[in-house]
Design a protein around this ligand. Sequence first.
Ligand code: FBP
Length: 548
Amino acid sequence: MQKSPLQIARSTYQPKLPKALQGKVALQEGALTQSVADQEEIKNLFPNTYGMPLIHMVEGEEKQMPAINVGVILSGGQAPGGHNVICGLFDGLKRLNPDSKLYGFLGGPSGLIDHQYMLLTKEIIDDYRNTGGFDIIGSGRTKLEETWQFDKGIEICKELGISAIVIIGGDDSNTNACVLAEYYLQKGCGIQVIGCPKTIDGDLKNEMIETSFGFDTACKVYSELIGNIQRDASSAKKYWHFIRLMGRSASHIALECALQSQPNMCIISEEVEANNMTLNDIVNQIVDMIVARAEAGLNYGTVLIPEGLIEFIPAMKRLIQELNDMLADNEEFLALDTDDEKRQYVKGMLSPESREVYRDLPKGIARQLTMDRDPHGNVQVSLIETEKLLIEMVAKRLATLKGEGKYKGKFSALNHFFGYEGRCAIPSNFDADYCYSIGMVATHLIAAGKTGYMALVQNLTAPAQEWKAGGVPITMMMNMERRHGKLKPVIQKALVDLNGAPFQYFAAHRQEWASSQSNYIYPGPIQYFGPASVCDQPTHTLKLEQSK
Ligand code: FBP
């Protein structure tokens, strides 16, 4: 495989580890835990994995570990650093016992069910050190939820002599990791399950998990691109750039990119929902800013839009819900030929409020809402081009204002969507170090016989050697939520906290960023070599959250 000069140089990077993980590691048990809410229900559902203690890792006497076989699974969307979790796990296992083996289940959780796997050797691992992507074993979105799937897992683990599975995934995958751990304990089959916190979306975080891996690198990549666009905008002075940023639900990515690049506007879905805003309210807000800038002779700027926005606009959320219910397996609708017939049919079936919202949507978007559905029958919001929708609606409103003599500027807009550009980027030093540490932590949890835990690395705004390592029982992060009509135990998803320091900082500065000519920041590309002040900085979100 041919490699770029950076890849070659990067392959020799030795990730920094917390002091506690640099030599021999001892485990200390901390306080017993309980779930963040719904304690009785969670306890009943997880009788064996509920209430376990927090684990702290310290330098100390290390127990001997017999040779063991471990399986690893990558679950869900790619996030920079996943390969380093696997490298840390591999190195940790081999250090504790060189005869231990690591198997990778291929293509995500389905690899465990379908018995697709590969043995990860040193040669393979060395090829993937500090690289982006999940291609070492592939990932997938199959949900590990049903007992027949768990039983298929037991079969292959028995065949390969695997006594522990590490699941690298987001909130849902880690919830399922805990269900699996509980099931395997109940069955007494001797298979431990450990989770690792992954997702670029940054919404797997809480009192214990400071951030999910991949968020740092992805945001840095997008912020670089936004900065470049802003420099172009302020050079050419003729375009408005509408930039949609990935993040299926929460707006953490958009907020972090705003903090890094200081755009003229950044919409935060959580605020839209809290203020019960309509699509027209959002459009008017953008229009007001464009008009004000035009009056100052500034016919250019940037607007950041979180991917999940549409579902946070209360009226749109209701409309989407009605469409989901109405269109699920609807033969009548599917039999209609033309878009016009479909539009009429839908209008006839909606509630009066939703019909009004639907009628006001540009035809293309209205069509998208009735077309693209995921396997669960839900609209795939990531496919809805909100940036184009907003451009269209803003342009229309500006034309009206122009006709009324209230706007004299020129509106020329370009749209962008940044998502896949950052999900597999070469991990920043932060993610490379964090992920390698997570992998090592997972090894020590396995060696200590733990199950139903998530690997924990904390104190992340300090230099890596001061990071703290340990484990948190997954049940501690759970509450009961309604999913597809049923109450289920799940890890709470973290949305942007409107009272939190990152949003508050943004809110205190956005006015200034909206009107100014020169507040843009140009973060530039991720730096891998150089002073720590340039190469090892965590996200603004983390720094603000931890600045007390
Ligand atoms: P995870 O939650 O699995 O980490 O994935 C996050 C994400 O990258 C979202 O930001 C995005 O909406 C989605 O995956 C895209 O999904 P897909 O990979 O199926 O295109």
